[in-house]
Design a protein around this ligand. Structure first.
Ligand code: FEO
Length: 399
């Protein structure tokens, strides 16, 4: 159901309470998501973004209740990814000649997805369209998070349509940031940043500084997922700046997988050692085969250091360890790290993990800890000592 969010601007998107995996199986959406689309009615009727493909027909049917579809003058496609462009095929069947404003890269991406000869109008930063006495100005946001991404800003109403930036996978019927549970909201916002935007942090900082330099009055930020930021909208902008600048808290995350509990016992003893040396640091342990990987990656993002453990299997590491390391390589967290694991014969896992951590840009604090067979009391003592050394190292680095 459409909701008027300001003057003649309506939210016309879709709340998807059901979705539990996004980007295929890559991103868990425990709280569902929304696909936010906005309709500006005035001297020109402008539709900003659409919804995910499976909801395309439903989207157009809903839109018809708000406006005669033929009276939509143009569409702005801030981002080509199909969770936002997926309503275009159903919509363009009705208005095939309507101009679609997007970046040059947007033309390539949308064409690549749908293979339709739609009426694309490529735009660059600073270009604008007039809507009566207001202007909708485009700002390219290359690699935030796709090459085609852009924002647009509506003068007069002072609304920034930021697409994925400042979004959250968070289904809610409450629509606005001030009406929802703040813990849930910020948990989903940081998870979104950690899992999607971290590799582009330097660009996030640059783009935000560029926007701030434009000295635009921003009364409302309308992202394409989750809530609209209407109360203190710049709070989330400040959070993004904080997250983009090598964010860390006083936390160490220990990730392990285990076959017969040897590496789990090591993880717990290392945790005890850290705690023994530093009673204040927060320590989180995750079995990477059992915990949600996006939760783990969010906790790594929050951490100053990450320890990764696996027993040796077939001269390598367990599959869940390999997978989480692959994610860390892509996300380029700026953290310190170290490896551990038990073994029975050849014992390569610690070296494999150390190499993967280095490839991921993690600064190694130690050559890693190997334990032969199931750890006995002496080995558990070594793990405690390893934990104490890690705590000391991170404390020195913090100083
Ligand atoms: Fe929400 Fe990059 O799509």
């Amino acid at each position: 159901m459409a909701v008027t969010i300001k003057n003649d601007i309506k939210w016309v998107g879709k709340v998807d309470w059901e979705i539990r995996k996004f980007h295929g199986e890559e991103y868990s959406t425990h709280r569902g998501t929304t696909y936010n689309s906005y309709l500006i009615e005035g001297e020109k009727n402008v539709l900003i973004d659409t919804v995910w493909g499976p909801f395309g027909d439903e989207f157009v049917t809903g839109l018809e209740k708000e406006i005669d579809i033929e009276k939509i003058d143009c569409i702005v496609a801030n981002h080509a990814e199909i969770d936002h462009s997926g309503g275009l095929p159903a919509l363009m069947e009705r208005i095939p000649g309507a101009p679609i404003y997007c970046t040059e890269n947007g033309v390539k991406s949308i064409s690549g997805h749908y293979h339709k000869d739609w009426n694309f109008m490529p735009v660059k930063t600073g270009d604008s369209i007039k809507i009566g006495d207001r202007e909708l100005t485009f700002v390219e946001a290359n690699m935030l998070h796709w090459p085609d991404s852009m924002f647009c800003y509506l003068s007069g109403d002072n609304v920034l349509f930021s697409n994925d930036a400042f979004g959250q996978h968070y289904a809610t019927e409450r629509l606005y940031n001030d009406l929802v549970d703040q813990c849930e909201l910020y948990q989903e916002a940081i998870k979104y940043y950690a899992n999607i935007l971290t590799p582009f942090s330097s660009l996030v900082e640059k783009k935000i500084n560029q926007l701030l330099a434009m000295e635009l009055q921003v009364d409302m930020i309308c992202p394409s997922h989750g809530v609209i930021w209407r109360k203190s909208p710049l709070d989330i902008v400040d959070k993004y700046l904080e997250w983009s600048r090598g964010y860390k808290t006083d936390q160490i995350t220990i990730i392990y997988d285990t076959m017969w509990n040897g590496t789990r016992k090591m993880a717990e003893a290392i945790s005890d050692g850290i705690k023994d040396s530093d009673s204040k640091v927060s320590i989180k342990l995750y079995n990477s085969a059992r915990a949600d990987k996006n939760t783990i990656l969010t906790e790594v993002f929050r951490s100053k250091a990450v320890l990764v453990g696996s027993p040796t299997i077939n001269r390598g590491v367990l599959a869940s360890t390999a997978a989480i390391l692959e994610h860390m390589k892509g996300l380029r967290f700026e953290k310190k790290g170290a490896a551990f694991g038990c073994y029975g014969w050849s014992g390569e896992s610690v070296d494999v993990i150390s190499d993967r951590l280095k490839e991921a840009g993690i600064e190694l604090m130690d050559d890693g800890l190997k334990v032969l067979w199931n750890p006995d009391e002496e080995a558990l003592g070594q793990c405690m000592e390893f934990g104490r050394a890690i705590a000391a190292f991170t404390r020195i680095s913090d100083a």
